[in-house]
Design a protein around this ligand. Structure first.
Ligand code: THU
Length: 136
């Protein structure tokens, strides 16, 4: 199994645990960190709709809790007619822990996939460097 296949397999597994009773759109995300470890998350919706969280957001939380600080690659998987790309807010969340080599893989349950660099998804992004490195 290739590294990307492994990442999507992890995203598919965690996607099955999504709590998405309102949108019925389950999403799974899997991150490979610089230590080679995998960190996963699914979307967790809430009856108070804006309180719901995205799969990527929760995978990043798991990564940080696991002691990792760098996203080497992240796979996002949902059942849509096109590969599921991270929402705008999650692009910014990924950016915080990305670098020029980070790859973002969008996938659909159909098997369709597309990969991006960070700057393709969020050009000229605001980042830790704008704060003079504070928080980096
Ligand atoms: N969602 C994610 O978890 N990640 C994405 O990249 C796109 C959208 C979730 C949020 C919400 O629970 C549902 O999918 C529908 O928008």
């Amino acid at each position: 199994m290739s590294g990307i296949d492994e990442l999507f397999a992890a995203a598919a597994q965690v996607r099955a645990r999504a709590h998405a009773p309102y949108s019925r759109f389950a999403v799974g995300a899997a991150i490979r960190g610089s230590d080679g470890g995998l960190y996963v998350g699914c979307n967790v919706e809430n009856a108070a709709y804006p309180s719901g969280t995205c799969a990527e957001q929760n995978a990043i939380g798991a990564m940080i809790a696991g002691g990792e600080r760098r996203i080497v690659e992240i796979a996002v998987l949902g059942d849509a007619g096109a590969p599921v790309t991270p929402c705008g807010a999650c692009r910014q969340r990924i950016r915080e822990f990305a670098d020029a080599a980070t790859r973002i893989h969008a996938g659909a349950v159909s098997g369709e996939r597309r990969s991006y660099g960070m700057a393709e998804l969020l050009p000229d992004a605001f980042g830790p460097g704008h704060l003079g490195g504070a928080g980096a």
